[in-house]
Design a protein around this ligand. Structure first.
Ligand SMILES: Cc1cc2nc3c(=O)[nH]c(=O)nc-3n(C[C@H](O)[C@H](O)[C@H](O)COP(=O)(O)O)c2cc1C
Length: 185
């Protein structure tokens, strides 16, 4: 198999306070080292929130799989990632009449939460499953003709030990390696 033929995986990484990150920063570094993976760090690139929509669309058009990587904040994504979705997934490009740029691609959320796994669910503190909180992104994928992949979530992220973090990085890396292979076949 010619590795150059494999459509790349684009990781859009958004962490508002990367210097405080225990989980997402090392994860983004590990993913960056994988073949076929490009990581775009929104909070490093757009300190002024002035997103280069054309550059982002070009990167996205080249990718087979879009990964959104972020710490869950108030049951949602960080503000700059929301702005990225708002501005990059334009009508007539990502959806709507003539909007076919993302058709056939896949969307994978890689997120972390401070809450324990059992705090997410009807009987937990947060009242809903993490998948339910991801519904706007899942439906965004549908609207854009993308396949929604099961989210990879690390719970209890503020407390995880080094082994649990290494396991998570290994799990995400394995899924991305599989996604690159699947996209190429
Ligand atoms: C402003 C803010 C809002 C947060 N909201 C949530 C939340 O809604 N649910 C949750 O489980 N954790 C929440 N957290 C905890 C973060 O998700 C957690 O600290 C992060 O995933 C850890 O990843 P990191 O080590 O890369 O920063 C929040 C943290 C901050 C700073």
């Amino acid at each position: 198999m010619d590795p150059k033929a494999e459509p790349p995986i684009l990781v859009i990484y958004a962490h508002p306070r990367p210097h405080l990150s225990r989980v997402n920063r090392p994860l983004a570094s590990a993913l960056e080292a994988l073949p076929h993976v490009t990581v775009r760090d929104l909070y490093r690139s757009y300190t002024d929130y002035d997103i280069d929509v054309v550059a982002e669309q070009l990167a996205l058009a080249r990718a087979g799989t879009l990964v959104l990587q972020f710490p869950v904040q108030w049951y949602s994504m960080p503000a700059l990632l929301k702005l990225w979705v708002d501005e990059v997934l334009e009508s007539g490009w990502a959806y709507g009449p003539g909007g076919t740029a993302l058709r056939g691609k896949s969307l994978l959320v890689v997120a972390s939460t401070g809450g324990h796994a059992d705090s997410y669910g009807p009987d937990g503190t947060h009242g809903h499953t993490i998948e339910e909180y991801m519904l706007p992104l899942a439906q965004t994928a549908v609207l854009c003709g993308m396949s929604w992949l099961p989210p990879l979530v690390l719970h209890d992220a503020d407390q995880v030990d080094a082994q649990a973090l290494a396991d998570h990085i290994g799990r995400v890396s394995g899924v991305l390696s599989g996604a690159a292979g699947a996209a190429a076949s």
